[in-house]
Design a protein around this ligand. Structure first.
Ligand SMILES: [Zn+2]
Length: 205
């Protein structure tokens, strides 16, 4: 099978380009439609891995600690992200519960785990087992990972309920905020550089 590792196609207008190296923080754009073709990574592999690990820590805190605490008639009730989704499953909006859980819990979790897997091996100058399917899965997951949807729904719920009950945001919400800030950073690095490393490694044997 013939492969073309140096060719890049514009997703928007199908123009074909030969890949050039871009400096960190810069983007290569399509000449025809000006869409971004790829960006230069502004993080080293080690920094990229460190931020992915930080995202994993934020993800764990966001899922283990309460996102909302409600005080009503002297009683206090705290809910984690999973409990909030479960509550939705038992309400009139139950058809939304599974897609919501996928968007805010399953997809970000998979994304962080898979990226961490590939980067951890790349930092040790190795090719991660299952590299190609993992990278394809990562590309497919990117548009479906929406931690910010969770943050937005929590804030809307907090604002709506604040007139009826005393409501405070828990540590889970702050971790979710951290996750929402980190995910776009780790997802907007140059994934092609990982493929390039793989090709180089294979050439050297
Ligand atoms: Zn284009």
């Amino acid at each position: 099978m013939k492969t073309y590792p140096q060719q890049v196609i514009c997703k928007h207008c199908d123009s074909l380009y030969t890949r050039q190296s871009v400096r960190s923080g810069e983007a290569a754009r399509c000449q025809r439609c000006h869409a971004v073709l790829y960006r230069g990574s502004w993080l080293s592999l080690e920094q990229w891995l460190a931020l992915t690990v930080a995202a994993a820590v934020f993800f764990i805190i966001a899922n283990l600690f309460p996102v909302l605490e409600i005080q009503f008639h002297g009683q206090s009730q705290a809910a984690t992200l999973a409990e909030t989704t479960m509550a939705l499953a038992h309400s009139y909006a139950s058809p939304l519960a599974i897609p919501l859980a996928l968007l805010i819990i399953v997809c970000p979790c998979l994304q962080i785990l898979l990226l961490g897997w590939v980067l951890w091996h790349a930092c040790r100058n190795k090719i991660a087992p299952g590299f190609a399917p993992v990278m394809r899965l990562l590309a497919g997951l990117a548009p479906w990972s929406m931690a910010e949807v969770a943050l937005l729904s929590i804030l809307i719920a907090a604002i709506k309920l604040s007139g009826l009950v005393h409501i405070t945001t828990g540590p889970g919400t702050w971790a979710l905020l951290g996750l929402c800030l980190l995910l776009p950073v780790i997802n907007h690095q140059d994934f092609h550089s990982l493929w390039r490393l793989k090709t180089l490694k294979e050439k050297r044997g």
